[in-house]
Structures are given as structure tokens and as C-alpha cells.
Design a protein around this ligand. Structure first.
Ligand code: IDP
Ligand code: MG
Length: 167
């Protein structure tokens, strides 16, 4: 079964000009990019994306981090990768959440760091399961922004435009 996964290139990676390195590491897989864009992350999107961390002491820092407030780069690059075992392939390439514990051959191990304030700057986000990938992809992308029909959607008329939204 082919799976879809959300990958975010986080603001620290953009500040360090790591996009090319990260994309070229991921291109060692046979996964296909089926959606890609640059996003200025709103607080609402950040809070929805990290809803599972709401009660953690580092929640505010993580929201600040993904919104780019710590890097003067108020953007992330959002990508949807698609293919067999996409979740496990990309989670393995990304490495452990804690960049100091991540294997140095992984993306987080190679490029991540923990700041003196204790924020895990770990360069990329990768969905951790097929279920969270669906939740996240629906949050970050509209059906028209993907070249594969991943999930059920319906057509809507908005003014003079015909658009599709997730069901
Ligand atoms: P993941 O990104 O490997 O899936 P999650 O537990 O979903 O890990 O956490 C989301 C993000 O929150 C991490 O990528 C990291 O930036 C941050 N984070 C997670 N745990 C900690 C922690 O213990 N201290 C500081 N930041 C953390
Ligand atoms: Mg996660």
C-alpha cells in the first residue's frame, strides 16, 4: 500500500540553507513528491499541528519555533511524499526527535541541535503514522494542491471559482 506523509522543512533549516541537502537525502528513496509549497505558519495552524503537545512545558517554544519567531524566517516548506512504506522510510531518514540522540547519519543527527534554552531544533517534521499523516495533510494542503486524490473530497462553488475541500 502506498502511503502519504507530510514533511516540513522547519525555519532553522531554512535559515541554514539546508533545503537542498534535505531534499537530496530524501531523493535517495523512491518516494514521489505529490504536493509542495512555502507556508507562512499562523499561530492557529501551529497550535492545531502540535495539539498533541498542548500540555508540555515546551509547547510555547515549539509554537514559536515552527512559526519562525526564533529564526527571522517566517516560513516553512511543506511537502507531501507518497510511496510504499513512506512513514517508516522518512522517519528513519529523519532520525530521533532529540537531535543530540539522533544517529549522526540521519537528517536530524547531521543538522539539528538543542539550543541553550532547551528547544529541539531538529530541522524537519515527518508525520509519525499513516493516521497522523492524514490529519496533518488535510490541515496543510487542500485537495487541489495535491496531484493524487488521497482522501475523499467534494466540490464547492466559491464566488466564481470551483474548488475542492476535504469531506
Ligand atoms: P517528532 O517531531 O519526532 O514527531 P513530537 O513528539 O511529535 O516529535 O514533537 C514535536 C516537536 O516538538 C519535535 O520535533 C521538537 O521540535 C519538539 N519537542 C519534542 N519533544 C521535546 C522536548 O522534550 N523538548 C523540547 N522540544 C521538544
Ligand atoms: Mg510528531
Amino acid at each position: 500500500m502506498k502511503e502519504a506523509v507530510l514533511v516540513l522543512i522547519k525555519p532553522d533549516a531554512l535559515q541554514k540553507s539546508l533545503t537542498g541537502n534535505i531534499l537530496s537525502r530524501i531523493s535517495s528513496t523512491d518516494l514521489e513528491i505529490i504536493g509542495a509549497k512555502v507556508v507562512k505558519v499562523s499561530r492557529e495552524l501551529a497550535e492545531a499541528h502540535y495539539a498533541h503537545l498542548k500540555d508540555k512545558p515546551f509547547f510555547e517554544d515549539v509554537i514559536d519555533y515552527i512559526c519562525g519567531n526564533q529564526h527571522g524566517k517566517h516560513k516553512v516548506i511543506a511537502l507531501v511524499y507518497y510511496g510504499e512504506n513512506a512513514v517508516s522510510q522518512l522517519r528513519t531518514l529523519a532520525g530521533a526527535t532529540n537531535p543530540e540522540e539522533a544517529d549522526p547519519t540521519t537528517i536530524r543527527g547531521a543538522y539539528g541541535r538543542i539550543t541553550t534554552k532547551g528547544v529541539y531544533e531538529n530541522v524537519i517534521h515527518v508525520s509519525d503514522s499513516v493516521e497522523s499523516a492524514e490529519r496533518e495533510i488535510k490541515m496543510w494542503f487542500s485537495p487541489d494542491e495535491l496531484i493524487v486524490d488521497l482522501y475523499p473530497s467534494r466540490t464547492m462553488v466559491e464566488g466564481t471559482r470551483v474548488i475542492r475541500i476535504w469531506e
